[in-house]
Design a protein. Structure first.
Length: 245
């Protein structure tokens, strides 16, 4: 399938997905709320590699693992990337995904990247945030860049790639705006947590309920059940609960 045709299909899928979930063409997406609404069990773990996320689909179970060593903005992108695999890609079972710079991507991964970009950064929403005097190539300013990415909770690289795709910047401008992101965020009065890692060991979904169900159906052993609960800070044997929301 050629690139242009793939892009048209992904635009259609992204538009339908937003419409199906009550999202207009300008608003940002709260990825954590979406994961809860879609009933996707999601776990964030620190992983020292170019691994960004993984998705598994088995009957009614949908699972996502996200690398919490990446920035919060990057994680939001990765979540939507994995949502593509779970809800849009046909005949999907499992997929391990790597960072944008990785050479391990296949066609479905490239479609997922485009889908995630379109969902996370809708064109109408971006244009709505750009002043008229900046709506020409390479005229967008750094303050506007920060306003857009803070509003849509995206990474800098995701936004710059989207702006280049919209022909609003070239490669030189993209490289210029990759520098000193955290430092400049503070200078412009923005919270810099978007550009830093986070969500370590966060769990979204009915993890404990699922573990109980597997144990009750004798799919897993008691020792395995105890280990699973220990992963979320619940010590079955001592009765202590160290889980922090």
């Amino acid at each position: 399938m050629n690139t242009k045709y793939s892009e048209l299909i992904m635009k259609k899928e992204a538009s339908k997905f937003r419409s199906d979930h009550g999202l207009d063409t300008k608003c940002p997406i709260n990825t954590k709320n979406m994961l809860m609404n879609l009933k996707v069990l999601t776990i964030f773990r620190p992983i020292q590699s170019d691994f960004s996320g993984m998705a598994i689909k088995c009957n009614d179970l949908k699972f996502i693992l996200i690398n919490s060593k990446h920035s919060i903005g990057r994680q939001n992108y990765s979540i939507l990337h994995e949502i593509y695999h779970l809800f849009i890609q046909k005949d999907f079972n499992t997929m391990i995904c790597y960072s944008e710079s990785s050479n391990k991507k296949n066609a479905s991964d490239r479609d997922a990247e485009l889908f995630a970009s379109l969902i996370l950064l809708p064109e109408e929403g971006i244009l709505d945030k750009i002043p008229k005097q900046e709506l020409s190539k390479n005229k967008i300013t750094l303050p506007t860049i920060y306003e857009i990415e803070q509003y849509f909770m995206c990474s800098r690289i995701a936004l710059l790639n989207r702006l280049k795709n919209m022909d609003l910047i070239d490669d030189n401008k993209r490289n210029e705006y990759k520098e000193n992101i955290v430092k400049n965020a503070k200078l412009y009065g923005y919270d810099d947590s978007l550009y830093k890692e986070g969500n370590e060991n966060l769990i979204i979904g009915d993890y404990a309920k699922l573990a109980h169900s597997l144990f009750d159906k004798e799919i897993i052993s008691e020792s395995h059940f105890i280990d699973l609960m220990h992963d979320i800070g619940i010590d079955i044997e001592s009765g202590e609960n160290n889980f922090k929301e």
